[in-house]
Design a protein around this ligand. Structure first.
Ligand code: BGC
Length: 404
């Protein structure tokens, strides 16, 4: 058995090396400024500290030939750093994060984490599935948020380097046992992070279960395209490929209706500075966006609604584009998911400081959390989040970078 594993590992390393060699002939980044093209370094794995119960945490570093680096740790399968060159070729870290485990253990609001079993909110932490009512932690006012007290962001995942067609990849896996955080069924979940030589960070999620359960996975990276610690994102220009949002009550639970964005402060169908109308968003302070957008393809897209079960994933289509006039960096988000939560960092209040001691203040970062709609499990008219035994949950999101 041991010998077999060694052979498999050796085989994988050869594949990774061959993959890198092939990628070395790939054309320079389209839409971006051609960069010097050093060969990517092989994926490295370094110790990143230990959790409070002594479990070791590792950090994996992926690089590409155009100066991009992605660092992902096994605690929460969390993206801690994403280095992207700006229009002058100067590298900068476009996500909030830390270079040690300690600040994550001390508590940060999901910086870069893989969020689950159900990302976003479940009203009053309650749902009924196949006639049985389940009660989950209410960890966000009266509601359940991002998987509960110890969600997928606060557990240590297993990791292994896997071969990738165009770049480098690490696969993170986690077994969430039956009853964990109140959810039914043992869920085997994985997410593969791939950094490609086309300057894309690609996240491929998969999950299977032995009992029907809701599943809604997302990544909770906080982006600032000018760079971590460079202040407000209100000047960054956003387009969201959506004509509607799911309006919410004052605890951020969807009413169940779909609201056309046309003529409202939620309309990002044309590229608009994030700050252009942010003070008019009709929410109690701290003011800002914290809303789920119904992506264009989702409407009439044939996804099965209700609690019967999920359909096969949708096509990978454009969800959003953000351009930063200061640095010239551009990020496109593509996803197979029907929705995206646009969160403008409203609850950052200066108490958390970055690795250089700079406080993260309100609107110093934004999140684009690709997902099924919030509280879907209580809204039969929303695309279903229910995964049943025998089905495979699949979801893909791509963050594609260029400069202008
Ligand atoms: C939620 C926000 C929340 C943030 C961090 C977002 O997904 O929509 O309301 O404050 O996550 O927890």
């Amino acid at each position: 058995m041991k010998r077999k594993e060694t052979q498999v590992t050796r085989h994988l390393s050869i594949l990774v090396v061959v993959g890198l060699a092939l990628a070395a002939g790939a054309p320079a980044l389209a839409g971006g400024r051609p960069q010097a093209s050093p060969a990517a370094k092989p994926v490295s794995k370094t110790p990143f500290g230990k959790t409070k119960d002594g479990t070791p945490v590792d950090l994996y570093t992926l690089t590409n030939r155009h100066g991009m680096t992605a660092k992902v740790m096994t605690y929460g399968a969390t993206l801690t750093e994403l280095i992207v060159p700006d229009r002058a070729g100067t590298p900068g870290d476009v996500v909030l994060g830390f270079d040690s485990l300690q600040p994550y253990l001390a508590g940060v609001p999901y910086f870069g984490a893989t969020v689950g079993r159900v990302g976003n909110r479940i009203a009053k932490g309650t749902f009924t599935l196949d006639g049985k009512t389940y009660h989950l932690a209410t960890n966000n006012g009266p509601n359940h948020l991002h998987g509960g007290n110890v969600g997928f962001d606060k557990v240590v995942w297993k990791a292994q380097v896997v071969p990738a067609k165009h770049g480098e990849a690490v696969k993170f896996t986690y077994r969430s046992r039956d009853g964990e955080e109140g959810y039914p069924g043992t869920l085997d979940v994985s997410v593969v992070y791939t950094l490609t030589d086309e300057n894309q960070l690609r996240l491929d999620y998969a999950a299977t279960t032995d009992k029907a359960t809701p599943v809604n996975l997302t990544n909770h990276s906080y982006f600032n395209l000018s760079g971590d610690g460079s202040g407000s994102i209100l000047g960054e220009v956003l387009m969201i490929n959506a004509d509607e949002i799911t309006p919410v009550d004052d605890t951020l639970i969807p009413t169940g209706a779909l609201l056309p964005v046309k003529g409202t402060v939620f309309d990002f169908t044309k590229p608009t500075a994030i700050g252009a109308r942010i003070d008019q968003v009709p929410v109690a302070p701290p003011v800002g966006y914290d809303h789920n957008y119904v992506l264009r393809k989702a409407k009439g897209g044939g996804r099965e609604a209700g609690t019967a079960g999920r359909q096969a994933e949708g096509a990978l289509t454009l969800a959003a584009r953000v351009a930063d006039p200061k640095s010239g960096r551009v990020m496109e988000v593509l996803t197979t998911e029907p929705g995206v939560q646009f969160y403008s960092g409203n609850f950052l209040d200066g108490t958390i400081k970055n690795r250089h001691g700079v406080p993260y203040r309100i609107h110093d970062a934004f999140c684009l959390e690709t997902q099924h709609f919030p509280d879907s499990v209580n809204h039969p008219n929303f695309p279903s989040t229910i995964l049943r035994p025998g089905q495979v949950y699949r979801s893909t999101t791509v963050y594609a970078f260029s400069v202008e």
